[in-house]
Design a protein around this ligand. Structure first.
Ligand SMILES: Nc1ncnc2c1ncn2[C@@H]1O[C@H](COP(=O)(O)OP(=O)(O)O)[C@@H](O)[C@H]1O
Ligand SMILES: CC(=O)N[C@@H](CCC(=O)OP(=O)(O)O)C(=O)O
Length: 291
């Protein structure tokens, strides 16, 4: 394709997405290569300049795990959620707020736009309650586990985000919420991102991870398009397991609550965000309510 064809293919999408709100979740596994992260943020800045209202929600699970190990702590997860004691919460805040969030905001500045870093306590953005005890099986006996400072989101107050977007900033959100007493809680970044997309009545929710899209059980092909019931069936029949479950569940909740399109794409490859949004075929998986 020549260069003009590329731009012409993008034009109807640029028109359609102008002024629309798009929530991009950047997973920890999608931020391991600093050079690729540079291209992801460059893409975000381009989307901003073609008139889309972009909100970034980031994770950082692998970096929290590394820091915990370096400090002699063994990370433990129940149902994909990190058991978070006092010290783990401090480590998570240090990594998520102090390092990753700040790093993304600086990269946005490097590429010529203005980001604003936020946690759940800024503008009461994410209000959560401590997650209930979780049941697990130990030697075929059911036991209850306390996850510690892990939150379940109860309320999202998007006003602060709307004001920032109106003023031309790109909000960058870290997945730490507060409870009604003002205490911090660690929340899963996929869930936080999906809930924020719903609260903003976003047009799109894009989840960037370390895999090319939703794949079949043998992991030999990607589903480029899925509708709601097809996605639901892939969870039920066990094709989707592990870390993909919260991602797809967040997508289904978004579709149930007015978000028009959800995408799961690989954030470890240069410019996948632009290819997914501005080409007819896309590159990852797009999920819509109806096909
Ligand atoms: N059907 C599936 N298609 C694609 N990935 C899947 C599927 N089922 C499970 N996965 C797993 O989900 C992982 C993505 O989740 P996770 O590692 O938690 O990502 P992140 O850290 O970006 O949030 C993939 O790397 C893959 O191993
Ligand atoms: C409660 C809980 O598990 N919180 C996550 C928050 C970060 C996250 O979700 O990061 P990814 O998107 O990279 O997985 C954690 O501590 O790892």
């Amino acid at each position: 394709m020549n260069r003009v064809d590329v731009l012409m293919e993008a034009m109807p999408y640029i028109q359609k997405f102008h002024g629309k709100t798009v929530v991009v979740k950047l997973g920890g596994h999608a931020m391991v290569d600093p050079d690729v992260l540079d291209t992801v943020i460059q893409d975000v800045v381009l989307l901003h300049y073609v008139g889309m209202k972009i909100v970034i929600v980031h994770g950082g699970g692998p970096e929290i795990t590394n820091k915990m190990k370096a400090m002699g702590k063994e990370p433990k997860f129940v149902g994909g959620l990190r058991i978070t004691d006092n010290e783990t919460l401090e480590i998570a805040q240090m990594v998520l707020v102090g390092k990753i969030n700040d790093g993304i905001v600086s990269l946005i500045a490097k590429f010529g736009a203005a980001g604003v870093g936020l946690s759940g306590n800024d503008g009461n953005l994410l209000i959560a309650k401590k997650m209930a005890m979780q049941k697990i099986m130990v030697n075929e006996i059911e036991e209850e586990v306390d996850l510690g400072h892990v939150g379940e989101i109860e309320e999202v107050n998007p006003e602060i985000l709307e004001r920032l977007l109106e003023s031309g900033y790109i909000p960058v959100i870290t997945p730490i919420a507060i409870d009604r007493k003002g205490l911090s809680l660690n929340v899963n970044a996929d869930t936080a991102a999906g809930d924020i997309a719903i609260a903003l009545n976003a047009y799109k929710f894009i989840n960037m991870s370390d895999i090319d899209g939703v794949m079949n059980a043998q992991r030999t092909r990607i589903y480029h398009r899925l509708n709601y019931s097809e996605a639901m069936n892939l969870i039920k029949d066990g094709t989707i397991v592990g870390g993909m479950i919260p991602k797809l569940s967040a997508c289904l909740k978004c579709l149930d609550n007015g978000v028009r399109h959800c995408h799961i794409i690989n954030g470890n490859k240069d410019h996948n965000l632009l290819i997914e949004l501005f080409t007819h075929d896309g590159i990852g998986t797009m999920i819509k309510k109806k096909s």
